[in-house]
Design a protein around this ligand. Structure first.
Ligand code: GLN
Length: 533
């Protein structure tokens, strides 16, 4: 089958859950045996979200091949288990960069470079790039932003052209909108949806499927009205009501036939309904997991999305261990020796979160000390691991001035230091140690047990600083072990204190690779320790 292209656009407002709908549709098509990839096109000018403050767009997700991407790629991977790559995340900045580079090389032979056709051609090329590298039945492309934004216009024009070129059996547009409920009138309002679809039609795109986000059940009258005013068949007007969990969305979409409608519209007669067995069993587990497990998240970003993958990874592992995870955000900026007991003593376990810069690091160090001395299961991730290492140096090794050279460039005890090859890099974007690296695990360690005694693992990185190998011996002799080593560079990737219940820090980010059907082994083992198993 020739590759078919599904475009997911959004109207009325942002935050409608386009990413979740894209991931759900990908999941449903995958369940039918199709080869699928899901990609995100973002209209902002940054080359990638790597340089963005998490307050802007939430967490920066990292692919195995080392691309810093939008957090929606995390949803795609968690739902489908299919790894994304650098080709799955594109921004306006990247499009312009490559056009400008071509112009500088003289590739355009003296032509005037314009949004149409040069930018739109490049967008079309990027939309189809994944399918030139491997066989794909479906490429699902989510367009960031909302219809009507000035900056997404070239993307929509590219989609219009591509749909025309590919024809109706090879392309499809699913448009998400919002149906607000006016409490005073006691009514659901479809006007914003009508307006949004009109805008899309004005750009030459007729959506075949509408997904209406709503807080209240939509009756047939409302769906009929939307269908009538928007030139969409009534069965293709689907509702996406708020659900207790994002993981119920694929099932809800399947129930309403989102995948079968998409297939039929593209001329495919759907075979029998796939069962989604393991997915249902995850949801069953989730329903039964009512016993609460309190986990502290020590970080500086007071925003759920900033720690999206960590929260989801905890939820996956919690579910499989029959626990409902209640995460308590503990702002490290305000964590002190005085309030540590009040904030941390009630936690079954604590995650010390990743991050950059000095704000809030002393609070993370205090958390590491508190949980170490009170034997509370602790998981330090990236900067969190580095803070565990610094705390140990200051309070156990007696190096009271120990620090990371990120925080204090002149510290005499730089137990965390910049890698040699990083020292001459001045550009900030895309220059960290990024993506998957091998790590060899020391036999007999807690970490080795957690990984089911696997010796060589691969995990994704995103950092510039490292454990300073000059100090390995001091740590080892005093009870903090370096139990994960990169076999090529000899860098320390994992530390643990074996005498404690569970005190592990990883330089990498295990949260990027936990999925619904394959919860991450370190998170599984951490949650077990928090339960007391
Ligand atoms: N700021 C630290 C570094 O660059 C940690 C980064 C992170 O937590 N992702 O090494």
């Amino acid at each position: 089958m020739e590759t078919k292209y599904i475009f997911i656009t959004g109207g009325v407002t942002s935050s409608l859950g386009k990413g979740i709908i894209s991931a759900s549709l990908g999941k449903l098509l995958q369940a039918r045996g199709y080869e699928v990839t899901i990609q995100k096109f973002d209209p902002y000018i940054n080359i990638d979200p790597g340089t963005l403050n998490p307050y802007e767009h939430g967490e920066c997700y990292v692919t195995a091949d080392g691309m810093e991407t939008d957090l929606d790629l995390g949803h795609y991977e968690r739902f489908t288990g299919i790894e994304t790559t650098r080709d799955n995340s594109v921004t306006t900045g990247r499009i312009y960069l490559s056009v400008i580079e071509k112009e500088r090389r003289g590739d355009y032979l003296g032509k005037t470079i314009q949004v149409v056709p040069h930018i739109t051609d490049e967008i079309k090329r990027r939309i189809q790039l994944n399918a030139t590298k491997k066989h794909l039945d479906f490429v699902i492309t989510e367009i960031g932003g909302t219809i009507g934004d000035i900056e997404s216009q070239p993307f929509l024009e590219a989609i219009r052209q591509l749909r025309w070129e590919l024809g109706p059996t090879r392309s499809l547009n699913v448009h998400l909108t919002y149906v607000p409920y006016l409490a005073a009138a006691g009514e659901l309002k479809t006007k914003p949806t009508q307006t949004s679809v009109k805008q899309l039609q004005g750009l030459g795109i007729q959506p075949e499927v509408l997904v209406l986000r709503t807080e209240h059940e939509l009756n047939d009258d409302i769906r009929a009205k939307v269908a009538h005013f928007c030139n969409v068949d009534m069965p293709a007007v689907i509702q996406s009501q708020d659900l207790p969990s994002i993981y119920e969305v694929p099932v809800n979409m399947q129930r309403q036939g989102l995948d079968t409608i998409c297939l039929k519209k593209m001329g495919i007669e759907p075979n029998s309904l796939p069962e989604l067995g393991p997915w249902h069993s995850f949801l069953e587990h989730r329903k039964k997991a009512t016993s609460i497990l309190n986990i502290g998240l020590v970080g500086k970003y007071d925003l759920q999305d900033a720690y999206k993958s960590i929260i989801e990874s905890l939820a996956h592992a919690g579910t499989y261990n029959d626990r409902k995870i209640k995460t308590h955000f503990i702002n490290s900026e305000y964590l002190t020796k005085e309030n540590a007991d009040e904030l941390l003593s009630g936690m079954a376990g604590v995650v010390i979160c990743p991050g950059f810069g000095t704000r809030g690091i002393e609070g993370k160090i205090i958390a590491a000390e508190y949980t170490r001395t009170h034997n509370i299961p602790t998981f330090g991730i990236c900067l969190g691991m580095q803070m565990m290492v610094i705390e140990f140096a200051r309070n156990v090794l007696g190096l009271s001035d120990a620090n990371s050279s990120e925080m204090d460039a002149d510290t005499p005890n730089n137990v965390i230091d910049m890698m040699e090859e990083q020292k001459n890099i001045h550009q900030k974007g895309g220059t960290m140690r990024l993506g998957s690296y091998d790590c060899k695990i020391v036999e007999g360690s807690h970490t080795w047990e957690a990984y089911d005694k696997v010796e060589l693992i691969k995990e994704r990185h995103r950092h510039r600083y490292e454990f300073n190998n000059r100090y390995v011996e001091a740590y080892e002799n005093n009870g903090m072990k370096c139990v994960g080593i990169n076999p090529d560079s000899n860098l320390v990737e994992i530390v643990e204190i074996p005498s404690l219940k569970w005190y592990i820090g990883t330089q990498f980010h295990p949260e990027y690779s936990s999925t619904v059907l394959h919860p991450h082994p370190l998170f599984m083992s951490f949650i077990k320790a928090c339960i007391g198993q």
